[in-house]
Design a protein around this ligand. Sequence first.
Ligand SMILES: NC(=O)c1ccc[n+]([C@@H]2O[C@H](COP(=O)([O-])OP(=O)(O)OC[C@H]3O[C@@H](n4cnc5c(N)ncnc54)[C@H](OP(=O)(O)O)[C@@H]3O)[C@@H](O)[C@H]2O)c1
Length: 267
Amino acid sequence: MSHSPLSRPTAVITGASSGIGAAFANQLAAEGFRLILVARNQEKLRQLQEHLRQQYQAESEIMIADLSDTGQTRQLAEKIAGLENLEYMINNAGFGLGKRFPNADVEAETNMIRVHCEATVRLSHAAVQAMRPHKKGYIINVASMAAFLTGPGAADYCATKAFIRSFSHSIQADIQEHGIRVQALCPGFVRTNFHFAPTMFGSDVSGIPDFLWLKSDRVVRGSLRSLRRHRLRVTYIPSLRYKLAYYLITGPLGCLLIPLFGVRLKR
Ligand SMILES: NC(=O)c1ccc[n+]([C@@H]2O[C@H](COP(=O)([O-])OP(=O)(O)OC[C@H]3O[C@@H](n4cnc5c(N)ncnc54)[C@H](OP(=O)(O)O)[C@@H]3O)[C@@H](O)[C@H]2O)c1
């Protein structure tokens, strides 16, 4: 792509400081996009920004925002709605909580609802305002295979990811006339910091077999390829193994497979 920096198409990525978000940043920087990198950890975003500049001569801007804070999400939404060349909005920020519901910190659980659901709604709406005049744009909402599951220690995780998937399908119907496409990205286990974050309280993923782990750069390449090629597809499940798992989980034998997805929780 050859664009002057000012006219460069822009991608906003939440949760860019790590894992899948950082992989989206690398892929889109390599394609010549200008990036707006959003997360709480300024140091990690600075390192990523420097890496993207050196590796791809990419132009990027850092925005520190805690998306569990409605005021900060609103401010970010205002900025996004006013962008002139927004082409990609990637609602990726998220986290897990490794406690069973009776022992859960209810503040953390409701923070999850704000990060996964409220921020996705507000930032998708803002992105549509920016994309609509150009009749072009892509919104990727990162859900999970958990969107199809329910399970112990994941009440709000499964519920919020199901929300993200359902929401994405519904808004696709509303915004396709504006030339905007939406994807609900539903990966299985991806090797990132996710499972080792303090919010997981030392939950043990060592029992998950190697073949179930995906690499974030492959998840991202598949997501972008699917979004650009398949006009009618909203839910995208990376890798054949998880596509098969989807048919098994949602079929009559699903209950036999749930233990495969089990993470051993500290109570
Ligand atoms: N890894 C998996 O197995 C897997 C599977 C399916 C779906 N997913 C989903 O993929 C997405 C990315 O996760 P990941 O695997 O890449 O995990 P990760 O490496 O832990 O990255 C999570 C990102 O979300 C950001 N984040 C978390 N809470 C935030 C908040 N309150 N405000 C702003 N940013 C926040 C983090 O940045 P800061 O800490 O700097 O704020 C970080 O950049 C999540 O939505 C997750 O649910 C992951």
